[in-house]
Design a protein around this ligand. Structure first.
Ligand code: FPP
Length: 247
């Protein structure tokens, strides 16, 4: 489909409150141009900017980006270093503008595994952007869905052991609240680039009733128009949450 033919979302139609994105295909984008993999990640930063600006424009409240998984720690050391350097550069370059746009950034995941400089960058961007009320941006780094559930389970188990709650009080709400995304609504829409039909250990609990949009576009090529196309497709879906159709 040519870009001109891409349907546009209806500004007055349902807009997902929370959009999550598995940003995939940076390596293939680079390989297709005979470039090293880190060049794909660099280019991916531009797409991050596009999707943030598009989210603000469309009125999305929460944008969650899967930037680095727990499993990504198994990549070659050189690539991990490049990604951590990219995070630091991203923070330096973008934090003031994010603040001006009213974007509040939170970095969620097992941050203890990151080097001290990367952790300082995380602390810095969270402080500078704190209070932004146009968009909440979650950067999921050193994150996996199973680790998130295990961590939440331990938090609740400790509360039971301390006599603060009874085992019967562990319900969906309690578990959701103990996840990294505690207090936020579950994603309404998940976008995955590069035509992979996998969930890749991302937000396993939170995606229970999320609508999926999978596009062949490689992440560095993703633009706000692609986001708007995903929103248009979302607006044509009927969400039933396990119930029968309203019509
Ligand atoms: C997946 O592509 C992408 C990543 C592991 C890194 C994502 C990082 C960015 C988009 C840069 C933005 C950074 C910040 C700090 C917001 P892949 O390498 O798995 O691609 P492949 O499947 O084609 O090999």
């Amino acid at each position: 489909m040519s870009r001109d033919a891409v349907p546009h979302y209806l500004p007055d139609g349902p807009i997902p409150r929370h959009v999550a994105v598995i940003m995939d295909g940076n390596g293939r984008w680079a390989a297709g141009r005979s470039l090293p993999r880190h060049e794909g990640h660099w280019e991916g930063m531009k797409a991050v900017r596009e999707v943030i600006e598009g989210s603000v424009e469309a009125g999305i409240e929460i944008l969650t980006l899967f930037a680095f998984s727990t499993e990504n720690w198994q990549r070659p050391e050189e690539e991990i270093r490049a990604l951590m350097t990219l995070l630091k550069i991203y923070v330096e370059k973008e934090q003031d503008e994010l603040h001006e746009k009213g974007v509040e950034v939170r970095v969620l995941g097992d941050l203890d595994r990151m080097d001290p400089e990367a952790r300082d960058a995380v602390e810095c961007i969270q402080r500078v952007t704190s209070g932004g009320d146009q968009l909440r941006l979650n950067l999921m780094i050193s994150y996996s869905g199973r680790a998130d559930i295990l961590r939440a389970t331990r938090i609740l188990a400790r509360k039971v052991a301390a006599g603060e709650i009874a085992p019967e009080e562990i319900d969906s709400k309690a578990l959701s609240g103990a996840l990294h995304t505690g207090g936020l609504p579950d994603p309404d829409l998940l976008i995955r680039t590069s035509a992979e039909f996998r969930i890749s250990n991302f937000m396993l609990w939170q995606l229970a009733y999320t609508e999926f949009h999978i596009t062949p576009c490689l992440w560095p090529d993703f633009t706000r128009e692609d986001l708007f196309h995903a929103l248009a497709e979302y607006q044509r879906r009927e969400r039933r949450f396990g119930r029968v159709s309203a019509g």
